[in-house]
Write a protein that binds this ligand. Structure first.
Ligand code: GNR
Ligand code: NI
Length: 168
């Protein structure tokens, strides 16, 4: 099943997600649907928050062929203050908006996998940036929150105009 994706400025995108208590078949069904939804969009990552499920689950696939889905449940990031660089980001919840965000280019992540097994990894580059973008979603944060107030209000007006045009 593909899920529908909430769009900014929907206040539900500001919800802080709850930890998953046990990685059971319900959680695995959510993960499967999120991967399908990410592939259909298409996007390289998706947080459960974006499909209005407020549990700490995210999926990422950076492969060209949509052949390498990565699952992170209850992710915890260690983000060094060093190695920060700007990179252009987009978001399925803010369609058509692409802006530079300065983030750490490396992270360590601890999480549970599809089977509920804990793992720990180090990532760099786009994977590191994407993990930070997705964990931000789980904390109710969007990439445009890193921009100036002026830029953010311009984006809000532009997005709301697009949404009015789509609706009529
Ligand atoms: O598809 C996506 N592309 C992207 C590009 C740069 C940095 C982050 C991302 S994530 C985004 C999908 C999305 O909105 N995930 O929350
Ligand atoms: Ni996003």
């Amino acid at each position: 099943m593909t899920l529908s994706i909430l769009e900014f400025p929907d206040p539900r995108l500001r919800t802080v997600a709850e930890p998953v208590e046990s990685v059971d078949d319900n959680v695995r069904a959510l993960v499967d649907n999120m991967i399908k939804t990410m592939y259909g969009a298409p996007g390289i990552g998706l947080a459960a928050t974006q499909v209005n499920v407020h549990q700490r689950v995210l999926v990422i696939d950076l492969s060209e062929e949509q052949s390498d889905p990565r699952v992170f449940i209850n992710p915890e990031l260690e983000i060094p203050e060093s190695e920060k660089e700007p990179m252009q980001e987009g978001c399925l919840s803010i369609p058509g908006v692409y802006e530079d965000v300065t983030r750490s280019q490396s992270v360590r992540v601890r999480a549970l996998d599809y089977h509920g097994e804990p793992f720990e990894q180090a990532h760099t580059g786009l994977m590191a940036v994407c993990l930070q973008h997705e964990v931000d979603h789980l904390n109710g944060r969007l990439f445009i929150d890193y921009l100036s107030q002026l830029k953010r209000s311009r984006i809000r007006r532009r997005v709301e105009k697009q949404q009015r045009q789509k609706a009529s």
